[in-house]
Design a protein around this ligand. Structure first.
Ligand code: SF4
Length: 151
């Protein structure tokens, strides 16, 4: 089974109420070859919502309790991000997903890059909270860019 970020399959679940549709990924979900999950909705957020970024670290640091996820207005939303990551992990384990394709740059789903916590648009190398948790449990996570290049 393949697990994909919901926004890549066309669900309008991003913080700004938009999606990040990749038609190839949507078709996989339609054909029941992939299932979708949005860690932020699983963590209790609704759409639209305030954007949030990881401050002073990466998703791996958040999982270790060494960094926080903060919304643009300054609210600490770390708990929702960590909850969403664990909910996504449960889905991956239940479905025995072997390919996991998550949206690059997101504070939850990023796999190579995330925003740097200043809300300036600048990015740093690192992964989002959900990606970090999944990788710490031995699952491979790739971005939509890697997936589209490979398949
Ligand atoms: S948490 Fe992941 S699946 Fe949900 S909107 Fe953000 S990038 Fe997409």
């Amino acid at each position: 089974m393949i697990l994909v970020s919901s926004c890549l399959a066309g669900l309008s679940c991003r913080y700004d109420g938009k999606h990040q549709l990749q038609e190839k990924i949507r078709i996989l979900v339609e054909k029941k070859k992939a299932i979708m999950a949005c860690p932020e909705l699983l963590g209790g957020f609704t759409t639209p919502r305030e954007p949030a970024e990881i401050v002073d670290g990466t998703g791996a640091d958040v999982i270790l309790g060494k960094a926080k996820v903060i919304s643009r207005s300054g609210e600490d939303v770390t708990k929702q991000y960590v909850d969403g990551a664990y909910q996504t992990l449960a889905i991956v384990q239940q479905t025995q997903a072997t390919t996991i394709v998550l949206k690059e740059n997101s504070p939850s789903c990023g796999s190579k890059q995330i925003y740097n916590g200043t809300f300036s648009g600048a990015k740093i190398a690192g992964e989002g909270v959900t990606t970090a948790l999944l990788r710490s449990k031995g699952f491979q996570v790739i971005s939509e860019e890697e997936f589209m290049a490979k398949y």
